[in-house]
Design a binder for this molecule. Structure first.
Ligand code: CTP
Length: 376
């Protein structure tokens, strides 16, 4: 319990109901010391999971910054198991900009953030900020343990983000990709026990912990990075928005406007390597290959064409212009298109979307790699 929590509930009530001692201070009281003499060593090593519920804005901010100044934060930062936080606070605090940034940072550390509910709050205000229902928290913990080994000893390769194609030392051609979908996939695969390699174009996202991240800038660099490790991967997901064209020539010095003699500047472009197509051409039968199709029209049709042309097992069709989906958003609405299958999903967070995509990938992988039992 934090000092603030003990203003709401007496530690003795907690200890009596839980039948466990309550850690209140970083320095255990004489006679109350755990075996090693410190809570964070004993409990941080012992627990398979730790749940902070309710998690205040202050505790969330401390954990995002790595501050460990009370019993709760010292155990949470020393924890080897899975950390869950169930935020709860007043609706205006919930909308304070630092909170969403801190929650995003915690997610990148592998922490599962259990979404708040909406409704009447302790203050009487109505809005988001209620702690998730205890049954929902329990379900999330159970779901975590159910799936935490589903990709154990599997290798997952993911591309994410945009690429930047240089025109001169200060200018480049790019697109609006934020990398969020690819990073969510990397975090979800990591949490299922996979060894994850994330080949990332330039993004402003925090680097996911426990994932091998290869930073690249251009499509050519991304192709080389994928080339180096695609053969060992069991699942390959091309979520990057790779530039389709790159300047044929990159000026060594900055192009100067006043030195341009003509009224128009022409930049000649050549097509980049299609990374997904190249992986599809050399793919082994048991590998699962997934592409994305970000489209402004005829979504599923285009996804089906890409599925065949690039020898993919699944293509995730993604509307580019729908509110709450596509570039930059935290949510997405996709259709998982397979050979003869079509699974439209509702609008959901990119992390939930990542879970659905990996569920579909695991099904294909299991069908290919599980030895078939034959009747005697
Ligand atoms: N892709 C890739 N390498 C490229 C271009 C695209 O690996 N040079 C991958 C993307 O990561 C995505 C898929 O191919 O998984 C589809 O990308 P998209 O740009 O939608 O399709 P294109 O093949 O470029 O076709 P078009 O632009 O005609 O829609």
């Amino acid at each position: 319990m934090t000092p603030a929590a003990s203003h709401f509930i007496a530690p003795l009530t907690f200890a009596s109901l839980a039948k466990y001692p309550v850690a209140l201070s970083m320095f255990p009281a004489p006679g109350d010391e755990p075996a090693s003499g410190s809570w964070h060593i004993d409990w941080g090593l012992w627990a398979d999971a730790m749940v902070i519920a309710p998690a205040t804005a202050s505790t969330i901010a401390k954990l995002a910054a790595g501050i460990s100044d009370n019993a709760l934060t010292v155990i949470a930062t020393a924890l080897r198991g899975k950390l869950f936080v169930a935020p709860a606070m007043d609706t205006d605090m919930y909308h304070y900009p630092a909170l969403s940034r801190n929650l995003q940072t915690l997610r990148s550390f592998g922490v599962e953030v259990i979404p708040v509910g909406e409704g009447e709050l302790a203050s009487g205000l109505i809005g988001p900020g209620r702690m998730a229902e205890p049954t929902e928290i329990a379900n999330r913990i159970a779901a975590h343990f159910a799936r935490s080994c589903s990709l154990q000893s599997r290798r997952v390769l993911i591309t994410a983000g945009p690429t930047h194609e240089p025109i001169d030392p200060v200018r480049f051609i790019a697109n609006h990709s934020s990398g969020k979908m690819g990073y969510a996939l990397a975090e979800e695969a990591r949490d299922r026990g996979a060894h994850v390699t994330l080949v990332s174009g330039p993004t402003s996202l925090p680097q996911p912990v426990g994932v091998d991240v290869v930073h690249v800038i251009t499509a050519e660099q991304m192709a080389a990075a994928v080339d180096a490790c695609s053969n060992e991967a069991d699942i390959i997901i091309a979520a990057a928005a790779v530039a389709d064209f790159t300047p044929t020539h990159t000026a060594q010095q900055k192009l100067k406007r006043r030195q341009m003699t003509e009224a128009e500047l022409h930049i000649q472009l050549r097509p980049t390597h299609d990374i997904l197509r190249a992986v599809g051409e050399r793919k082994r039968a048991e590998q699962v290959l997934i592409g994305f199709a970000l489209e402004t029209e005829r979504l599923v049709e285009s996804a089906q064409a890409k599925l065949r042309e690039k020898n993919c097992d699944l293509v995730i069709a993604n509307p580019a212009t729908e509110a709450g989906a596509g570039f930059g958003a935290d949510t997405n609405r996709v259709t998982i298109v397979g050979h003869g299958t079509e699974q439209p999903l509702p609008m959901m967070t990119k992390r939930e979307c990542a879970a659905a995509i990996l569920d579909a990938a695991e099904q294909l992988l299991d069908a290919r790699t599980t030895p078939q039992t034959t009747s005697p």
